[in-house]
Design a protein around this ligand. Structure first.
Ligand code: NAD
Ligand code: DAU
Length: 357
């Protein structure tokens, strides 16, 4: 079996669903169920014996080690993290705790488990760490995309905490020979994306008749990757990646935020026209920029393409249509995650925010 951390979050739950759709190898899904974790994402696996869910914290190394010894996984795929940049600005402590201390505790438990393995089981074991392109910092308009050798220059508490976790993973390979793999991916989008992040927030706010908040001038550029393409990349790296190496994952889809929001409004205008005949674009509202906002991310994914034969299957045009349709088809999922702590976050991030341009 494989041991997945954070498998109730956005990418983790897509990965678990994808994994069990393609193979019968069981998954132990270990997740703390923070505000971002949602077992409803995994509802289709409710009676599936291949999926074992355990609620727990990666900072609890003893619990992790006991589970590893009990279930004897052949690999760990590590998604668990605090993942939202804006939250890291309002409250960095939890990012240091989970992303740095938690990854450290997980590495220690995994190393103890792996050290005791023997023969083929030891040789086959893998620890795959899922990280982000944000560790490389920000690009100018004419800079080449981030490659695996771009120096780290994280600019937010979130990206600094992910960078620290990447360095720990690297050091465990270098020092202990621990069998690590690291992936650094660009912005994902798709089903089960929590509506604190740009794309699902815009889809939800548009339908609710609320403002569509654009930070600063909206000309910040991100590279967008459909989440199932990220899942495929992780499977490829887990199967054939070289130990100790890192692989950049991206969709070759650089877009300015304002263009992303315009695209979403246009798709919604055609799939769910407004009753008053207007456009969702009329709801766009400029708000004060994110502090330290990185201007541009772009990923050079040629190593993964060349060495492991991976390519994204979706273009932004196909992936974003599927995504909008998924949100239109699943209003109860959105309503469910918007209850509770979500309202408090919206108040913290938007209500007292000054107007922008
Ligand atoms: P998410 O916030 O949607 O989900 C995180 C999951 O981790 C949740 O289920 C949460 O309950 C769980 N978790 C948090 N703290 C935990 C802890 N201490 N112990 C156990 N579980 C814990 O995040 P996501 O967007 O799915 O991102 C998953 C991973 O991919 C993260 O490591 C993130 O840094 C990385 N990543 C995300 C993106 C993106 O665009 N979303 C891009 C590149 C890399
Ligand atoms: O690049 C990979 C990263 O992508 C991941 O490591 C992070 O976990 C993930 O959250 C994402 O980070 P971003 O900060 O790029 O994603 P977010 O959806 O928060 O914002 C995307 C862009 O949209 C960013 O430039 C900020 C902007 N934005 C965001 C929100 C929530 C707005 O203009 N308005 C908003 O209300």
């Amino acid at each position: 079996m494989i041991f997945v951390t954070g498998g109730a979050g956005f990418i983790g739950s897509n990965f678990v669903l994808d994994w069990l759709a393609q193979s019968d190898e069981p998954v132990l899904n270990f997740d703390k169920l923070t505000y971002a974790g949602n077992v409803n994402n995994l509802a289709s696996l409710k009676d599936d014996p291949r999926h074992v869910f355990v609620r727990g914290d990666i900072c609890d190394g003893e619990q992790v080690l006991a589970l590893l010894r009990e279930h004897q996984p052949r690999a760990i795929v590590h998604f668990a993290a605090e993942s939202h940049v804006d939250r890291s600005i309002h409250g960095p402590a939890e990012f240091i705790n989970t992303n740095i201390n938690g990854t450290f505790a997980l590495l220690e438990a995994a190393r103890a488990y792996w050290t005791a393995l023997e023969g083929d089981a030891k040789a086959a074991f893998r620890f795959l760490h899922v990280s982000t392109d944000e560790v490389y910092g920000t690009l100018g308009p004419n800079d080449p995309p981030f490659s695996e050798t771009t120096p780290y220059a994280p600019n937010s508490p979130y990206s600094a905490s992910k960078a620290a976790s990447d360095h720990l993973v690297r050091s465990y390979h270098h020092t202990y020979g621990f069998p690590t793999l690291t992936t650094n991916c660009s912005n994902n989008y798709g089903p089960y994306h929590f509506p604190e992040k740009l794309i699902p927030l815009i889809i939800a706010n548009a339908q609710a008749g609320k403002p569509l908040p654009i930070y600063g001038d909206g000309q910040q550029i991100r590279d967008w990757l459909f989440v199932s393409d990220h899942c495929t990349a992780i499977r490829r790296v887990l199967a054939d990646g070289k130990l100790g190496e890192t692989y950049n994952v991206g969709g070759w889809n650089e877009m300015a935020n304002l263009d992303v929001v315009h695209t979403l409004c246009d798709i919604l205008d055609s799939l769910k026209p407004k009753a008053d005949g207007g456009s969702y674009r009329d709801q766009i509202t400029y708000v004060k920029d994110r502090p330290g906002h990185d201007r541009r991310y772009a990923i050079d994914a040629r190593k993964l393409e060349r060495e492991l034969g991976w390519k994204p299957a979706e273009t932004f045009e196909t992936g974003i249509r599927k995504t909008v349709q998924w949100y239109l088809d699943n209003p109860e999922w959105v309503a469910d995650v918007q209850s509770g702590a979500y309202a408090k976050w919206v108040e913290t991030n938007y209500f007292n925010r000054e107007a922008g341009q």
